[in-house]
Design a protein around this ligand. Structure first.
Ligand SMILES: *Cc1c(COP(=O)(O)O)cnc(C)c1O
Length: 368
C-alpha cells in the first residue's frame, strides 16, 4: 500500500479518526455500530460521540477477534457499521465476517491500531473494509505520541473525509507543549525495565492534568469531548513520516523477537496464540493466556519486567459497575470476559531485545 495515505487525514487520536469515518458514513442518533468486546473504551467513545449506540459482539474462543457467528446473531436492521479489530496484530476472520456483513448490507471499518502489515489469506489488513483507522499512541506499533489516521478505500468516502477534516481545529499551544514534553520524556526514559515506573508516573501526571491521559469521561449527555474536533498536532507529522518509512524494519524486528520467545519461553503455565493457517501476523505485542494473571503481573511489577494487562476488562479499563456507561451488558460476551481475566502481552518494539527475552523467560520460570 501507499503509506502516504496514512499521513493524509490525521486526527488528534485514533478514536477521533474512527469518529470521522463514522460521521462521513452518516452514522448518527438512533444508529447501532457493532464492535467486539475485548477492546478499549476508545472505540465506544467514538461511537457515542456520533450519538450512536455500540453493540458488542463476542470474540472467538481461540482468538482475540470478532466472532462471525456471534456477529450474525447481533447484527440488526439498525446496524450501520461493523468495526473489525485486529487484536495484537492478529488478523480477524475477515472472510467469514464479510460473508455476514455483505449479506446484511453493512459496511466494515477495520481497526488497524495494532498492525500495519499483517495479512489474511494473502491480503493485507486494512484493505478489506470501506475504511480503516490507525493510532500512534504510546502502546502502538508506531508511536508519535498521541495521534491517529483514517484511510478510506473508496473515492466518495475519501472526499467526505477530506472535506470534514478541513473543518477540524489544530490543538492549542498548551496541548501541543504537553504532547511535546510527554513525547520527549517517553523517548528519553522509556525502556522495558522502566515500564512500571513510567506507567505509574504517567497516571499520576495525567490525573494532575500535566500529561494527556488515555481516556475521556464517557457517559455524559451529548458526549463530544474537544478531542473529536481536532487534527493531529502538526509537529508530530515528521515523526509519523519517519515511522512509516521504517514499517518493514520494525516488522522484521517484531518477527525476530516472536521467534526467540517461541523457542525460549518455558513450557507450561500459559497458552500461546493459535493462528489460522494462511494468515501472517506482525504482532504489536505477543499475547499469552496465563493461569494466574494477577500473580504474574504482580511478579512482573516486582521484578521490573514489562508486561501489559490489556485488556483487563471487556471494555478496558471500565469495570463491571461502569459498563452501563458504554452500553455493555455484563456477562453478554463470555469469551471476552474470560480472556480479559487471562491475557497478558509482551512488548516487541525497537527497544526490546535479547535482555528482555531473558528477563521475561526468567519471570515465567519463577512463576511456573
Ligand atoms: C489504541 C486503540 C484505539 C484508539 O486509539 P487512540 O489513539 O487511543 O484513540 C482503538 N482501538 C484499538 C484496538 C486500540 O488499541
Amino acid at each position: 500500500m501507499d503509506w502516504h495515505k496514512v499521513s493524509e487525514n490525521t486526527y488528534y487520536r485514533g478514536r477521533v479518526a474512527l469518529h470521522a469515518i463514522l460521521r462521513a458514513m452518516g452514522v448518527g442518533k438512533g444508529d447501532e455500530v457493532a464492535t467486539q468486546a475485548f477492546t478499549c473504551v476508545a472505540v465506544p467513545e467514538a461511537i457515542l460521540a456520533c450519538g450512536a449506540t455500540p453493540v458488542y459482539v463476542d470474540i472467538e474462543s481461540q482468538r482475540y477477534n470478532l466472532c462471525p457467528k456471534d456477529l450474525k446473531e447481533k447484527i440488526s436492521p439498525k446496524t450501520r457499521a461493523v468495526i473489525v479489530q485486529h487484536t495484537f496484530g492478529i488478523p480477524a476472520a475477515l472472510s467469514d465476517i464479510l460473508q455476514v456483513t455483505e449479506q446484511a448490507g453493512v459496511p466494515v471499518i477495520e481497526d488497524c491500531c495494532h498492525t500495519f502489515l499483517s495479512t489474511h489469506r494473502g491480503r493485507r489488513v486494512g484493505s478489506f473494509g470501506v475504511a480503516s483507522f490507525y493510532s500512534f499512541e504510546w502502546g502502538k506499533p508506531l508511536v508519535v505520541g498521541i495521534g491517529g489516521s483514517a484511510v478510506a478505500n473508496d473515492t466518495q468516502l475519501t472526499e467526505q473525509l477530506v472535506r470534514a477534516h478541513q473543518q477540524l481545529g489544530i490543538p492549542n499551544w498548551r496541548r501541543q507543549a504537553k504532547l511535546e514534553l510527554q513525547r520527549w520524556v517517553h523517548h528519553a526514559l522509556y525502556r522495558p525495565q522502566f515500564y512500571w515506573k513510567l506507567k505509574s508516573l504517567f497516571h499520576r501526571l495525567a490525573k494532575l492534568g500535566v500529561a494527556e491521559g488515555n481516556y475521556n469521561p464517557v457517559g455524559a449527555n451529548e458526549f463530544l469531548p474537544v478531542d473529536f474536533l481536532l487534527q493531529m498536532a502538526p509537529r508530530l507529522h515528521r515523526h509519523l513520516a519517519k515511522g512509516l518509512s521504517e514499517l518493514e524494519q520494525r516488522a522484521s524486528h517484531s518477527r525476530q523477537l516472536v521467534a526467540q520467545l517461541e523457542v525460549e519461553l518455558p513450557q507450561g503455565g500459559f497458552h500461546r496464540p493459535s493462528l489460522p493457517p494462511g494468515d501472517e501476523v506482525v504482532y504489536a505485542r505477543y499475547p499469552l493466556r496465563v493461569d494466574d494473571k494477577n500473580r504474574l503481573l504482580a511478579k512482573a511489577r516486582e521484578g521490573n519486567v514489562e508486561l501489559a494487562e490489556w485488556y483487563r476488562t471487556p471494555i478496558h479499563p471500565l469495570g463491571r459497575e461502569q459498563s452501563g456507561l458504554v452500553s455493555y451488558e455484563p456477562a453478554s460476551c463470555p469469551h471476552a470476559e474470560s480472556r480479559s481475566r487471562e491475557v497478558v502481552s509482551l512488548p516487541l518494539h525497537a527497544r526490546v531485545g535479547r535482555r528482555y527475552v531473558e528477563q521475561v523467560d526468567a519471570l515465567f520460570r519463577r512463576a511456573a
